[in-house]
Design a protein around this ligand. Sequence first.
Ligand code: DX5
Ligand code: ZN
Length: 221
Amino acid sequence: MQTKIAPSILSADFSVMGETVKKLEACGADLIHCDVMDGSFVDPITFGGQMIKNIRPLTKLPLDAHLMIEHPKTQIKFFAEAGADIITVHYKACKKISDTYLEETLKLIKSYGLKCGAVVNPDVPVENIFPVFPLCDMVLLMSVYPGYGGQKFIPEVLDKIEKAREYAKFIGRPEMDIEIDGGVTLDNAAQIRVAGANVLVAGSAVFNAPDMSAAIDGLRK
Ligand code: DX5
Ligand code: ZN
C-alpha cells in the first residue's frame, strides 16, 4: 500500500499559514492534517472552521480535520461547509454523550459527502471502534495523548495498528486508511508502516526539519 504523509499544521507558524500550505503541497505532502482543539476535550485551543475555509482555496490536497473537541456532532456542518475533505472524531468525546453518538456523527459526516474516521487515544483498545469500522473511511490511532505536538511516540500502539489492519482485512476492507498521529519520526516511520499504517501524521518531523521535502520523502520511504 502506498504511504501517505499528512503534515500537521499545528507545528506551523500561524501568521504565514497560507504560504506554508502551498509549500507543503510543493514538497510532496499527501494531505494537510488540521488539528482542531477546543480547550475542553484537550487543554489548548487551536483554530476552527475559519482556518479550513481560508486555506481551502490555496491547495488541491485533501484537508484532514482532526477534531479534538467535545460534542463533535454540533460542529460537522461548519467544517463541511468550510471545505474539509476528511473529518475524524474522537471515540472518547462521543462515548461520554451516548453509545450511539459516534455512529451518528460518522453518518452525519458522510451525509455531506465527506470521508469520516474514528479516533482512539493510546489508552483505548482499538476493538472499541471495531463496530464502526464498516462506516469509516479511515481510523486514526493516536500514538501520543492529544493536545500537543512534539511528544514521544508510544510504542504500544504498534500492536493496535496490526490489530486494526487485520480487522480491516477481515471485514473485506484491506485498503482501509489507518492513520497514526503523534511522535512519528524518520526513525520509527518504517516500523509504523510495517505494522500496517498507511497514513502518517507528522508535525515536528516535518516542520523542524532543515528540508521539508526531504523529511516528507524520508517518512514515506
Ligand atoms: C496531537 C496532534 C498531532 C500533533 C503531531 O494532539 O493531534 O497531530 O500535532 O505532532 P508531532 O508529529 O510533533 O507529534
Ligand atoms: Zn492530529
